[in-house]
Design a protein around this ligand. Structure first.
Ligand code: GLU
Length: 312
């Protein structure tokens, strides 16, 4: 039976882009009577905003989206011990290593131009120390942990985007699994949590397609199953870039406060996915019979925030 999750990051307000992903995730799981879990991705300390998680859950509920209460909400900031244990297993098996390079050092050492995923780590610290204690004794610097990637493309099938393959060793190089402040990095946390909660279908934004290959490497290294994947196209601004603050305020909270009703917002999201007529007002549960994953489009959805305007 399908088991998936909603995983909001409380680094900002829930906006049309996240809401669209969550609505389609909800529809996909409810259409097959699967289980939908909730996880709060609040590991990105400096970027996490107080109250944003509570607000995101409130926004989801107002839109008519729910999740299954059992076995409970996973809050990533409460799971450091679980991530530490997984990171330690990788260090013990020689698949992860301490790295004391600063971001500036990595940027200046990277020879190739930076891709969308940032500079490729050239492997400066690989093989230097076998334990964090050794790294600390030698350098007196806080050490991150990096996963030792193996060269080669890591293929997977995406339910919407089809056959995919990214080469983590070539694209990001050995990537961080625990930051130097001791916090688990997204790649490790998501892999550990998806396995711990029995998630067998990951549904999320297409910006995470390249991450999937990294996550598959981690799953193999930790002996964890690889779930199926369905990535959804992003909502972008008129400039073709992922929806963000510079495009204006498209947060669900602001739209609701400016006169959009939840039904009208769900109608807009459904229209953007070809599930409703323009201007429709509808509740998520009424979309279930119309939802067919075979009809999903791979095209990004362009939204001009200024055209959304207030609604009465
Ligand atoms: N928290 C991530 C996001 O909001 C999703 C991570 C995931 O689904 O793996 O984009």
């Amino acid at each position: 039976m399908t088991r998936s999750r909603l995983a909001p990051s409380p680094t900002g307000a829930l906006h049309l882009g996240n809401a669209r992903t969550f609505l389609l995730t909800w529809l996909h799981v409810r259409a097959v009577s699967g289980t939908l879990l909730l996880r709060i991705d609040d590991l990105d300390g400096p970027r996490v905003k107080t109250g944003a998680a509570v607000q995101a859950l409130d926004d989801l509920r107002r839109l008519g989206l729910d999740w299954d209460e059992a076995p409970g909400v996973l809050v990533q900031s409460e799971r450091a011990a679980v991530y530490d244990a997984a990171a330690q297993r990788l260090v013990d098996s020689g698949l992860a290593y301490p790295c004391v390079c600063t971001r500036t050092e990595v940027e200046s050492a990277a020879s190739a131009p930076h891709g969308a995923e940032g500079p490729r780590y050239p492997g400066t610290c690989r093989g230097r120390w076998s334990s964090l204690d050794d790294a600390k004794r030698d350098t007196a610097r806080p050490a991150a942990l990096r996963f030792a990637t193996t060269p080669g493309a890591v293929p997977f099938d995406d339910a919407l985007f089809g056959a995919q393959a990214f080469d983590p060793a070539a694209e990001t190089g050995d990537f961080v699994i625990r930051k130097s402040n001791g916090t688990a990095a997204y790649q490790l946390a998501t892999v550990v949590d998806d396995a711990a909660s029995g998630v067998d279908l990951v549904i999320r934004g297409a910006d995470l397609l390249p991450s999937t290959s990294r996550q598959i490497l981690l799953q193999r290294a930790l002996g964890l199953p690889t779930p199926a994947h369905l990535h959804l196209p992003l909502v972008v601004g008129p400039d073709g870039r992922r929806l963000a603050k510079r495009h204006g305020d498209t947060s669900i909270r602001t739209l609701l406060a400016s006169g959009w009703t939840p039904d009208a917002l769900v109608g807009w999201l459904a229209w953007s996915a070809g599930l409703a007529e323009p201007g429709a007002r509808i509740q998520p549960r009424d979309l279930i019979p119309r939802y067919n994953p075979a009809n999903l489009s791979r095209d990004a959805v362009v939204v001009d925030a200024s055209a959304l305007g207030p609604r009465g």
